[in-house]
Design a protein around this ligand. Structure first.
Ligand SMILES: [Zn+2]
Length: 213
């Protein structure tokens, strides 16, 4: 009986040691950059959950402290409009796609405007990003949740986007408002996205005063 007990104990000890060895080897082989990104992503997710509960209407939620890679831009000549090109999106899904699938240093967009009207600041507006090839050194970006080749933007999302565009235009009065489609083969922010109307209203916001603060 004693021998059986000792045998079981030995087998269990071996199994535990093998598990520890496996874990150590796995951790060692793990790419440190990816591990750092995962850690950052995890912190971001926990922060996101807290903030979404606290968030009130029309408030910008700031995640730039977790997502920004802090490379200041040299100039701001353009404000770009984009869409996620998906029916729905979340900050986590966009960040995951850019950082882990595309392997970019961070999320590409400075701001996300969600379908429910929430605005998320992903990067500091002064930082360089990866949202538009050839224009990252001199532009800031707003991305709208949705696929506006087929979707019509809701008034709530439109109003939030307009408020943000106006705020960025006020911050960068000499920057031209443009779309991704104007500088690439993409249709981004979408064939039926009202970018001309939004640009006109952002430039004339003081007079139109369409969105109550
Ligand atoms: Zn785009």
């Amino acid at each position: 009986m004693k021998q059986i007990k000792q045998g079981i104990l030995t087998v269990m000890t071996i199994l535990i040691l093998l598990t520890i060895a496996d874990f150590v080897l796995m951790t060692k082989s793990h790419n440190t950059k990816t591990a750092a990104l995962f850690a950052k992503y995890d912190v971001m997710n926990r922060f996101a959950q807290k903030q979404i509960i606290k968030q009130t209407k029309n408030e910008i939620v700031d995640y730039s402290q977790f997502l920004d890679f802090n490379k200041p831009r040299t100039s701001t000549d353009y404000i770009f409009l984009h869409c996620t090109d998906t029916e729905t999106a979340t900050l986590a899904a966009v960040a995951n796609y850019h950082m882990f699938r595309k392997n970019w240093p961070s999320i590409a967009y400075h701001y996300l405007v969600m379908k429910d009207g929430k605005i998320i600041r992903c990067l500091k507006p002064e930082s360089e990003s990866t949202h538009a090839k050839g224009f990252n050194f001199n532009s800031v970006s707003i991305c709208f949740e949705g696929d506006f080749d087929v979707d019509t933007i809701s008034q709530t999302q439109y109003n939030s986007g307009l408020r943000l565009l106006f705020a960025l235009h006020t911050k960068y009065p000499n920057a031209e408002i443009t779309t991704h489609a104007e500088h690439s083969k993409k249709t981004c922010p979408g064939l039926i996205f009202p970018d001309d109307k939004m640009e006109y209203q952002a430039l004339n916001f003081h007079f139109l005063n369409l969105v109550k603060k």
